[in-house]
Write a protein that binds this ligand. Structure first.
Ligand SMILES: O=C(O)CCC(=O)C(=O)O
Ligand SMILES: [Fe+2]
Length: 311
């Protein structure tokens, strides 16, 4: 039986250029744009929508979950259940390789995008997630249309080394969707002049952070957040430009005193906007654009922490 959202218009059958299709979507290897292309040969196709649960729901299906009023950290938000279990399954099925890039390729050697390698528009199966991202409240002064996606697959015990996503590469907030498995993500803010990441045990939780009781270690403030499957992490402002983030290389995370074993795999979808000009953020200490311009004008080079991904 068709879900109730697909109803015949009142007054009988009406002609429509919208197609409602079953048994397709990324989970079965047939994208909605393939369907649009095939039917487009016979006439106008205004839109193709899923009429069953075999893939991500059509854009009208699941509303944007409420963004927490209070950020978890400076500019950092977590939205639980950002996608449904059904959407999660369909998206996760796409992560067949360890790392995949959509929109623009990302080069880990330079931690920058390869602007010469435009890989095409983001695929249509992401339209529901992209719409929800576009309607996040509260990010208006930073909002940009997402045009780059990195899909990462993590097996148990594999993490990500501390880094700030390169300022000159990406503009505005960064959105990271967790699928299949959970993990802890740590954030660290280094004080001016402290150069090295400080080793620190993972003990603090989202709740402790919310009570504004961050763990301090010499030269840095540390906060850890638990990312459950289907949650969307938003990094904006200071949290995006001035805090390092990383995923410890653990098989088990300690969350509220309990050991949480990481799943067989975690898949993350990281959505970003490729920057077109230099970054002019307020966090010059961490800004490669401002370091480069200071260098070319003979100024003193700022302390830019190196950051790399564990892959
Ligand atoms: O896996 C994640 O959630 C984060 C990935 C990330 O930070 C990155 O690719 O820069
Ligand atoms: Fe990152």
């Amino acid at each position: 039986m068709l879900p109730t959202r697909f109803v015949r218009p009142a007054g009988g059958a009406a002609e429509s250029a919208n197609l409602y299709v079953a048994n397709c979507g990324p989970a079965v290897g047939l994208s909605l744009s393939d369907v649009a292309a095939a039917f487009g040969a016979f006439g106008e196709v205004a839109g193709v929508h899923l009429a069953d649960g075999s893939g991500p729901a059509s854009s009208s299906a699941s509303p944007t979950p409420a963004l927490r009023k209070r950020p978890w950290g400076p500019g950092v938000y977590l939205v639980k259940d950002f996608v449904t279990a059904e959407e999660e399954k369909a998206l996760e099925a796409l992560a067949k390789r360890r790392v995949q890039h959509y929109g623009h390729a990302f080069l880990y050697e330079t931690r920058n995008v390869d602007t010469k390698q435009f890989l095409g528009e983001l695929p249509s199966f992401l339209s529901n997630v992209l719409e929800k991202i576009a309607s996040f409240p509260g990010l208006d002064d930073e909002r940009q249309a997402i045009d780059q996606l990195t899909v990462n697959e993590y097996s148990p015990g594999v993490g990500l080394s501390p880094h700030i996503d390169t300022h000159s590469a990406f503009d505005g907030p960064i959105f990271s969707l967790s699928l299949a498995g959970s993990c802890i993500m740590e954030f660290r803010k280094y004080s001016q002049g402290s150069r090295q990441p400080q080793p620190a045990a993972i003990t603090n939780t989202e709740e402790e952070n919310q009570s504004e009781n961050p763990a301090h270690s010499s030269g840095s403030i540390r906060k850890a957040i638990f990312l459950p499957p289907r949650s969307m992490l938003v990094m904006s402002g200071e949290g995006r430009y001035a805090w390092h983030h990383y995923i410890p290389h653990h098989k088990v995370d300690i969350v509220r005193g309990n050991a949480v074993r990481r799943g067989r795999r975690r898949v993350s979808f990281t959505f970003r906007k490729v920057r077109s000009g230099p970054c002019r953020c307020e966090h010059s200490q961490f800004c490669d654009s401002q370091r480069d311009s200071a260098r070319s004008s003979g100024g003193i080079e700022e302390d830019i922490r190196s950051h790399g991904m564990a892959s």
